[in-house]
Design a protein around this ligand. Structure first.
Ligand code: SF4
Length: 487
């Protein structure tokens, strides 16, 4: 159960029994997850990490018309990094470019002794004066959490004073080893303070919980006479208020979306689309059928699906031919990695391995059909080389060295260079929406083929790459050596 009476979302380690390290097979992991038999392991060392605050930022910074106040030392804020990516996404979605309205309370050593609430009050007032936003999000950080500032009370009284929602988001980096907890924290804040009781239900409106990305869901749902209400991150506050009015809530990634989808079902009776996300032919069929069932469009859906199958048959066969014999490896977030794997199987490509950044042993709601790993194994069988690794390059090099893929697909920019340095053609799948639906499958196929044409260039790059790792490390068989092998 989601509990919106609590100020913060329960961390994933406890709620979803998530893990950050595993080395084995997809089938084995899916089996072990059924009994929640894996425990989260401490790494003996880590080269890098993201944090929950970063995931919350990815959702709240791009909210149109809103402002964000980071209650943190200045180093925790990163609006400059997001600005370009957000506006590239705005352009892809046909929205106007936007400014990111972000301020930091700039907590210092002195504030960690005497408290930072006064600074927080002043900064929120300054955000209202400077940006005149529709809502202000106050995001907590490690420092704010450790000193125990009462952000909840401060936000309540600032909301009364300023007359706009002031939304606390509890996403302290130290609180969870699973950085996706920050997605839950941002949605928890939205669900508590922004989403309103429905004025009237809209029978043709489908919530789509997504990351930034192209508007590919409008053309996908238009033939069924349905409209899309995109939730965070590129939405305005008024779109989020209406999440309670939709006919159903669909997700493009269970890692991101099962928490808000479950809450909307529980609190407002908006049913969650309990189907795999629309990536790959079979999953798109199933997703469309379930959306159609929940929106009373069942009479239209089968015709639509068979027309689409026919339309893509020829181009898909051409893509298959071009990609014949390629070996592919995926390194991406938990559920989305499973969706990409499902698409590759449509191409007939050899999936030599898959690594996810963490793994949730259960999804919010606990439905079998939203268990993306279990569903992948059920739909397509085992993936022999399956691992979970929260971005540690020393392990990724070893995995790549063993699997020797022709192409690697990654979800995060900083991972793309790893493949390139080893001469492996690497695709950054940043705009997740673009691969959704039947056309999305063709688009991904086209991108994979184009990428293979850069192979020679990358092989030249690899010749000049000087590895920072020792011969001893490269001689070890097991990339998970420091965690005792299979964990
Ligand atoms: S919240 Fe904590 S982990 Fe995240 S950037 Fe700030 S100090 Fe680092």
């Amino acid at each position: 159960m989601v509990n919106l009476d609590l100020s913060s979302a329960e961390v994933r380690e406890r709620r979803l029994r998530s893990v950050i390290s595993y080395n084995g097979t997809a089938k084995d992991l899916a089996e072990k997850s059924k009994t929640r038999s894996l425990s989260i392991n401490e790494r003996s060392f880590g080269q890098c990490s993201d944090c929950s605050l970063g995931c919350a930022q990815s959702q709240t910074y791009p909210l149109r018309g809103a402002a964000v106040v980071e209650h943190s030392p200045i180093g925790c804020s990163q609006p400059a990094m997001y600005k370009l990516a957000v506006n590239v996404s705005n352009e892809a979605r046909g929205l106007e470019a936007q400014r990111l309205n972000v301020l930091s309370t700039n907590l210092t050593e002195k504030d960690t002794v005497y408290g930072g609430i006064e600074k927080l009050n002043e900064t929120v007032r300054e955000a209202k004066r400077r940006f005149n936003p529709t809502a202000i999000f106050v995001q907590s950080s490690c420092a704010a959490g450790i000193i125990g500032d009462d952000i909840e009370s401060a936000a309540d009284s600032l909301q009364k004073e300023l007359g706009i929602p002031v939304v606390p988001v509890f996403c302290e980096g130290f609180k969870s080893r699973i950085w996706s907890t920050g997605f839950d924290a941002a949605y928890h804040g939205i669900l508590r303070k922004i989403v309103k009781e429905p004025r009237k239900k809209q029978a043709d409106l489908v919530n789509v919980i997504n990351f930034q990305g192209t508007d590919t869901f409008t053309p996908l749902l238009a033939p069924l006479g349905l409209r899309v209400n995109y939730a965070m991150p590129l939405a305005g506050i008024e779109q989020l208020e209406r999440l309670s009015e939709a006919a159903c809530t669909a997700h493009i990634c269970q890692t991101l979306a099962t928490y808000p989808a479950k809450a909307l079902e529980q609190y407002y009776g908006v049913p969650e689309v309990k189907a795999p996300p629309p990536f790959g032919i079979k999953w798109t069929d199933e997703w469309l059928r379930e959306v159609a069932r929940l929106t009373d469009k069942t009479n239209l859906v089968e015709d639509y699906i068979s027309r689409e199958h026919k339309r893509i048959e020829e181009p898909l066969a051409a893509v298959r031919e071009k990609l014949k014999g390629k070996k592919l490896y995926i390194f991406a977030g938990d559920a989305y990695a499973h969706s990409i794997a499902n698409m590759l199987i449509d191409f007939g490509i050899d999936l030599v391995g898959l690594t996810t950044l963490h793994h949730d042993q259960i999804t919010d709601g606990g439905h079998e059909i939203t268990d993306s790993l279990g569903y992948l194994v059920k739909s397509h069988g085992n993936v022999e080389n399956f691992s979970v690794c929260n971005k540690q390059p020393y392990q990724v090099y070893k995995i790549l060295q063993k699997l020797k893929p022709d192409i690697m697909i990654v979800r995060h920019e900083n991972m793309a260079v790893l493949g390139a340095k080893l001469g492996i053609t690497t695709i950054l799948d940043g705009d997740v929406n673009i691969s959704a639906g039947y056309d999305g499958l063709l688009r991904l196929g086209g991108r994979l083929y184009q990428a293979t044409r850069a192979q020679k260039l990358l092989q030249n790059v690899a010749r000049h790459f000087i590895t920072p790792y020792s011969d001893w490390w490269f001689a070890q068989d097991n990339p998970f050596y420091f965690e005792g092998g299979v964990v």
